[in-house]
Design a protein around this ligand. Structure first.
Ligand SMILES: Nc1ncnc2c1ncn2[C@@H]1O[C@H](COP(=O)(O)OP(=O)(O)O)[C@@H](O)[C@H]1O
Ligand SMILES: NC(=O)c1ccc[n+]([C@@H]2O[C@H](COP(=O)(O)O)[C@@H](O)[C@H]2O)c1
Ligand SMILES: [Mg+2]
Length: 202
């Protein structure tokens, strides 16, 4: 059986932190990070506002991301092996003879704003935090291309508001998480919720 979990959320909500804990705890669990699909800086459009437009879906190679997820769907055991994920004995077999449960976590800030991905998830989470907290956490981060002054208020936050509205219109099965809770609380909440869903689907 295969199960795909979306860990979405705004920038600095705590998606990667949560994901890294979940993949250690869940059996036969692979991960796809949306951040790995950012295009190169010279391929990122510069807007009329003068900022490189990082926080839009066209900044990402979404076709490549979809193909990576398809690769997992076609043969999760092979995908796990090639990504160094240890498998339980009953998940070792590839193809239809496999009896084990395989889990994929897809993690990123624009998971629910790309039509071809909307039907892929079996369970969807979205972490959010208030503006001030987001701005503060972001100011401590260094991306492969550091944020120029004014990017947060000029581009990151307005794009978040736009995408959030679109997402709320597209999806109605998202479980919203309060990113202001402690890392442990968020992890325990999501781990329990996944366990419940998996038990109910057996
Ligand atoms: N629940 C939390 N409470 C306080 N700080 C957190 C929490 N979760 C993550 N952080 C911190 O916020 C920053 C961004 O976390 P990260 O997991 O990289 O977010 P994202 O992947 O959503 O951008 C990091 O410094 C991380 O330690
Ligand atoms: N990974 C990169 O190459 C890169 C470059 C510039 C900005 N970013 C930022 O990454 C953010 C998304 O990642 P997080 O959700 O982990 O913060 C976006 O808000 C974007 O502005 C990433
Ligand atoms: Mg991250």
């Amino acid at each position: 059986m295969k199960f795909i979990i979306g860990i979405g959320g705004m920038t600095n909500g705590g998606k990667t932190t949560l994901t890294n804990r979940l993949i250690k705890a869940l059996p036969n669990c692979c991960v796809v990070h949306q951040d790995d699909f950012f295009k190169k800086p010279d391929q990122i459009e510069v807007g009329e506002d003068g900022f490189r437009q990082w926080d839009v879906i066209t900044a990402l190679d979404m076709e490549a991301m979809v193909n990576t997820i398809k690769g997992w769907q076609e043969n999760p055991a092979k995908f796990a092996r090639s990504h160094g994920v240890n498998l339980t004995v009953d998940a070792e077999a590839s193809g239809p003879e496999s009896t084990g449960m395989h889990i994929l976590i897809v993690e990123g800030f624009l998971l629910y704003n790309y039509q071809p991905l909307l039907d892929v998830y079996d369970q969807c989470y979205y972490i959010s935090i208030p503006y001030q907290e987001c701005k503060q956490r972001r100011s401590t981060r260094t991306y492969t291309v550091p944020d120029p002054p004014g990017l947060f208020d000029g581009h990151v936050w307005p794009m978040y508001l736009k995408h959030r509205k679109e997402m709320e219109n597209n999806c109605n099965s998202i479980e919203y998480l309060d990113g202001m809770k402690s890392k442990d609380e968020i992890y325990n909440q999501v781990y329990q919720s996944i366990q419940n869903t998996l038990l109910n689907s057996l």
